[in-house]
Design a binder for this molecule. Structure first.
Ligand code: ZN
Length: 226
């Protein structure tokens, strides 16, 4: 009957509004707004990280790393979570540049600012302490922060192998692999594709480190023979 149809239609319209509002509160933003925010976040990150380079021997611009993390996050979530991808682009701004939480909040909104804050280490603490805290705090982070952590570690492992940090011994790199595995262990279980990407990067890193160790012992034996 027409009366029921009207009720159904009215209810549908109502539930669409409710869902839209809920999404806004959760920090889901519309497609066109997302593209504008993404472009602005990339520009923001590039400007903030100006002059910074990666530790690797290739000394790539630092922004390459955040672009890598953001693109990994976008791919494994099929572009469904702009806040996460924007967070990926900005994830090192508070920790490594002169960026404040308030600035991110004003420019990109509260959900993005909170996400970046969540993955920011307290730089007033010594490095070893910070590394320990990353492991013990990882489990209590939000889902987005956990995904971001895994993407960050995956990107770091990949570049460690592609362009080893200057002055890092094989042992130090092995320690890095083990430590990042501990952090990721507390973050995984939300996105299988991302978990697999980390596992692949870790396996590739282990193979490459084994090869390095072997090449080094080979070189020492040769030197000894001579
Ligand atoms: Zn990072």
């Amino acid at each position: 009957p027409p009366h029921t149809r009207w009720v159904t239609k009215g209810w549908l319209r109502f539930s669409v509004i409710i869902r839209f509002k809920r999404n806004c509160n959760r920090g889901v933003i519309s497609m066109s707004k997302s593209i504008v925010s993404l472009a602005r976040a990339l520009d923001f990150a590039a400007r903030k990280h100006t002059g910074q380079t990666r530790k690797g021997e290739l000394a790539e611009p630092y922004v390459n790393h955040v672009a890598d993390v953001a693109s990994l996050l976008a791919e494994v979530t099929n572009g469904r979570d702009p806040i996460l991808v924007i967070g990926g682009l900005l994830h090192d701004t508070i920790e490594d540049t002169e960026t404040t939480f308030e600035e991110l909040k004003a420019e990109f909104g509260l959900p993005v600012a909170r996400l970046v804050q969540e993955v920011t280490d307290d730089k007033s603490l010594p490095k070893e302490e910070r590394k320990k805290l990353q492991v013990s705090h990882a489990g209590s982070k939000s889902r987005r922060a956990k995904l971001l952590k895994i993407a960050d570690k995956t990107s770091n492992l990949r570049s460690m192998i592609a362009s080893p940090p200057k002055g890092w011994s094989t042992e130090r790199m092995r320690e890095y692999v083990n430590w990042s595995t501990k952090v990721v262990k507390k973050c995984r279980g939300y996105n299988l594709e991302l978990d697999n990407a980390f596992d692949e990067a870790k396996a590739a890193a282990r193979v490459s480190l084994q090869r390095r160790a072997k090449a080094r012992t080979g070189a020492t034996t040769k030197r000894r023979k001579r």
